[in-house]
Structure formats: structure tokens, C-alpha cells
Design a binder for this molecule. Structure first.
Ligand code: SF4
Length: 357
């Protein structure tokens, strides 16, 4: 596996040459290994590594140190160990979170069976898990939402053109975001919101994210904590992120406006307009590969559209050089649990585009 990680700038796979088939989308070296008979799990890991390396390249990383033999051995061992099968939840996001946790779970605790019986038990267990994994992958592939065909009759929406700033190193991003956060904390542009708020909620997460999740406005819990998505809707968002095999630390979370509207009313058009400069600067600094718009306010404001969520979801849009996915806000999903499947379909569409599925 270590041989597939590029170790210099010249070895980074070029995303412009990527095709939809993982076997063809990685650099020539990986493609050769795939053709030489790597198991499906190995292909997935190779594809994810190539996508991750591409993200690092976009983030300004130009060199990756070669992995040491002992660390590679430990990782390889973890991939080889079976994980215990778990009864899938009826909730599609919960089930995906469980599946994600299972694939990332540490090694099983040591068995209490006699040591002479253990190798045989482990072999049977491994074979069962492999069969179940193959069955799940077959079902998953059949149920993956399809990307809309090129030339679709749906209207184009989004903001064209590249970001105005070049991609920055992580330390510069942290510095600029820190300064902007100070400006937001002192902001009085919306007199009503500035009077009502306990804290401004600037945003939080990885300064070099591949994925950004954009909400509407802080709620009561966020206003108290000064952090985005910390209430019940935030907990569901955390599960959605984990279902994508990511953690909150991998992504960046932010809102369209930075102050809580009284009684959680929708932000006014004027408030959105007055706060848009902060959001645009944040995105200009972060320049994620994907922006997930959670709910109507975020989607309409970012994409400058009046379409409903129903009309915007199910395909990818653009905001400068970022791809934009529109889906339901987790607060809406808490009230309408039947929409969770549609939200998970949306996330899978993005994951498939990102080479993570
Ligand atoms: S919502 Fe934005 S523009 Fe309005 S007061 Fe808060 S930080 Fe300032």
C-alpha cells in the first residue's frame, strides 16, 4: 500500500486525467496494480488515497514523507482484521454511520477461546465477513443514486469563475480567518441581531477542508456556545458527516449569517446581504472542493437562485471552483425523518463524485 502514496510533486495523480472508473482514474502506477489483481477493498483504498493526494496537492502540499515499515505493517494488519457484523439500523443515516464506524473500528478484543481453535475460528469469521461485505457492496452499487446525464435539460445555476484569491497555505488561512473572526465578533451591521446575540458564530473546523457544510444561521445552542452546529441538529449533522466516513475535524462548518435571529426566524434578505461579505471571504480562503448547502436559505443565498431545495438537490452545482451539493437541513430532517433517505442519497452522490464510494 505504501508504494501507492505519491512521495513527490511529480508523483501526485493529476485529477484532470481522472475517469469515473477507479481502475482508470488513478495514476498509471496504481492502474497497473489494479490490473494485477487487487481485491475490491484494495481498489477502494487506492482510489481514496489518490483522491486524498489530489486534495493535499490542491491544499498546497508538495511533498509527503515515505511511510516507515512498522507503521505500514500496523495499518495493513488493521485492514486485514475482520470487524463484527452489526444489525443495520432502519434509519439510512444511522445505518451508514454504523457501517462507517465498523470499517474504521480498531481490532477486535482477544477471544477467550482456546488458542488452538482460534486460527480456524478466525478463518471462518473472516470468510463470513468477506461474503457479507461483498453482498453489501453489490446492494450498495445497485442503489447508488445516478449522477444526471450531461446535457440535462435542468437550468444551470451557480456562480461561475475561479475564486479571486490563489490557494493559500494552512498557516495563512488560519491567520486570515482569525482576523475575520475578530471583525465578525465586533460587527454591528444588523442592529437587531447585534443587540440580541450572546455570541457571533463564525465557523469552525479544518482550515484546509475538502468539504464545507453551510447552514442557515445559529440557533439558541450555537448562540450560547459561539460554535456552529452544537444542538440536536448539529448532532444529526455529525452523524451525517460520520456516515460519509469523515469526522467534524476533517470538514469546516459555517453559516450564511453569523448572528442568531430572534426566535429562530428566517434571516431577512438585508441581513443575508450584509453578512455575505464575511461568508464570501471565508469561502475564498477555504476554497473547498465541495460545499454542502444545508437547507433553502443556504442554497438560495450561495447559488443566487430562487429554486426550491427539491429542484436543486440531486445534482451538483458550482460556486466558483467548488462543487455545490444541496440537501435538507438536519433540523428539517429531525422533524421529517422520512426525508433522511433523500439526504443520504444526496451525500452519496457527492461521495461518488469525490471518489469515496
Ligand atoms: S449577521 Fe453578520 S452582518 Fe449581521 S451583525 Fe451579525 S455578523 Fe454582522
Amino acid at each position: 500500500m505504501s508504494a501507492e502514496i505519491p512521495t513527490s510533486q511529480s508523483e501526485f495523480p493529476d485529477s484532470s486525467t481522472q475517469a469515473s472508473d477507479p481502475a482508470q482514474s488513478v495514476d498509471g502506477q496504481s492502474a497497473r496494480v489494479v490490473q494485477s489483481g487487487v481485491a475490491p477493498e484494495g481498489r477502494l483504498v487506492q482510489f481514496q488515497l489518490a483522491a486524498f493526494a489530489d486534495h493535499l496537492k490542491r491544499s498546497g502540499v508538495r511533498f509527503l514523507p515515505a511511510a516507515g515499515e512498522p507503521e505500514v505493517a500496523v495499518l495493513a494488519d488493521q485492514f486485514a482484521k475482520p470487524t463484527s457484523p452489526q444489525a443495520p439500523s432502519a434509519d439510512p443515516i444511522e445505518a451508514a454511520t454504523q457501517a462507517s464506524a465498523a470499517t474504521q473500528a480498531p481490532n477486535q478484543p482477544a477471544s477467550t477461546a482456546p488458542t488452538t481453535a482460534r486460527p480456524q475460528q478466525e478463518a471462518v469469521q473472516q470468510e463470513t465477513v468477506q461474503q457479507e461485505t461483498a453482498q453489501q457492496e453489490t446492494v450498495q452499487r445497485k442503489t447508488l443514486p445516478a449522477l444526471p446525464a450531461a446535457g440535462s435539460a435542468l437550468p444551470e445555476i451557480g456562480i461561475a469563475g475561479s475564486y479571486t484569491e490563489p490557494s493559500m497555505a494552512a498557516e495563512n488561512r488560519i491567520e486570515i480567518l482569525h482576523q475575520l473572526s475578530g471583525a465578525v465578533a465586533a460587527c454591528q451591521r444588523c442592529s437587531v441581531l447585534a443587540k440580541c446575540r450572546k455570541h457571533t458564530v463564525f465557523g469552525d473546523g479544518n482550515p484546509t477542508p475538502r468539504f464545507v457544510f453551510l447552514g442557515e444561521a445559529p440557533g439558541q445552542d450555537e448562540d450560547h456556545a459561539g460554535l456552529p452546529f452544537v444542538g440536536p441538529a448539529g448532532q444529526l449533522l455529525t452523524k451525517m458527516i460520520q456516515a460519509c466516513r469523515l469526522s467534524r475535524e476533517d470538514v469546516y462548518l459555517l453559516n450564511t449569517i453569523k448572528c442568531r435571529p430572534p426566535q429562530n426566524r428566517n434571516p431577512s434578505a438585508t441581513e443575508i446581504e450584509q453578512c455575505s461579505e464575511y461568508l464570501q471571504t471565508q469561502l475564498n480562503v477555504l476554497q473547498p472542493e465541495y460545499i454542502v448547502c444545508l437547507g433553502l436559505i443556504a442554497a438560495q443565498s450561495l447559488l443566487n437562485s430562487e429554486l426550491s431545495v427539491g429542484k436543486m438537490r440531486g445534482r451538483l452545482h458550482s460556486y466558483h471552483s467548488s462543487k455545490v451539493l444541496v440537501t435538507y437541513h438536519p433540523a428539517y430532517l429531525l422533524r421529517n425523518t422520512g426525508a433522511k433517505k433523500a439526504a443520504w442519497d444526496d451525500l452519496q452522490l457527492m461521495l461518488r463524485d469525490a471518489g469515496m464510494m
